[in-house]
Design a protein around this ligand. Structure first.
Ligand code: ATP
Ligand code: MG
Length: 194
């Protein structure tokens, strides 16, 4: 496909018209789901975008806290509040109640962020699994999202997002794995995968 300035101008016109039609302005809920790579990085990318506009942000990671994570390191340097599930948490734990309790503590942190009117954006990384595994009530999540401050946006990541969560979301991106280095025997890499 060759570059056609006329087509580009037409496309821009269509986009401009659509932008003009948009009337409502409010915070939004974005779900980044699917089996491809780019959900968590997309979520943090949005957080960094907001930070670049001096907005106030916070994040909760619904994953084991002792896993290294470049984004968390950077956010801590910037004094951005990040709650990560406590290190005692293990996906392999025999005791489901222990895992559920860790998830509940993280959810309470998430709730305090989502009800904080001074925040512009909240990232709930890997939240979808908490619903799948019954660690956090879906109704509680939807109710909390509905009651959030009007200007607040929330980004939720994780595979297999629940149908009802998707119904409530304003934007859903499904990341599809066309190819992944892992399947060619390549090791996960610092700075690229975590
Ligand atoms: P990332 O954190 O890189 O944005 P993600 O959040 O989309 O990835 P997760 O499902 O949370 O993906 O998985 C986290 C880890 O698994 C990352 O190291 C990522 O590279 C790897 N991964 C993601 N998708 C795939 C896939 N389709 N096959 C194999 N590994 C994957
Ligand atoms: Mg992820």
């Amino acid at each position: 496909m060759s570059y056609n300035p006329k087509k580009q101008a037409q496309h821009k016109e269509h986009v401009d018209q659509a932008i003009e039609k948009a009337q409502e302005e409010r915070g939004q809920v974005l779900v980044i789901t699917g089996n491809g790579k780019g959900k968590t990085t997309g979520g943090f990318g949005t957080l960094f975008r907001a930070l670049g506009h001096q907005q106030k942000v916070a994040a909760v990671q619904f994953v084991k806290g002792d896993l290294e994570c470049g984004e968390r390191n950077l956010l801590e340097q910037l004094n951005v509040p990040v709650h990560t599930m406590n290190t005692g948490f293990s996906w392999n734990s025999e005791d489901k109640e222990v895992d559920k309790q860790a998830a509940q503590i993280a959810w309470q942190a998430a709730k305090s962020f989502i009800t904080d009117p001074s925040l512009d954006l909240v990232l709930l990384d890997e939240l979808t699994y908490m619903i799948t595994w019954g660690f956090i009530e879906l109704d509680d999540i939807i109710t909390t999202l509905k009651q959030r401050p009007t200007e607040m946006s929330v980004v939720i990541t994780g595979r297999a997002a629940h149908r009802e969560l998707k119904e409530y979301a304003d934007t859903i991106s499904e990341v599809r794995p066309e190819k992944h280095a892992f399947h060619q025997g390549l090791k996960a890499r610092q700075g690229l995968d975590w």
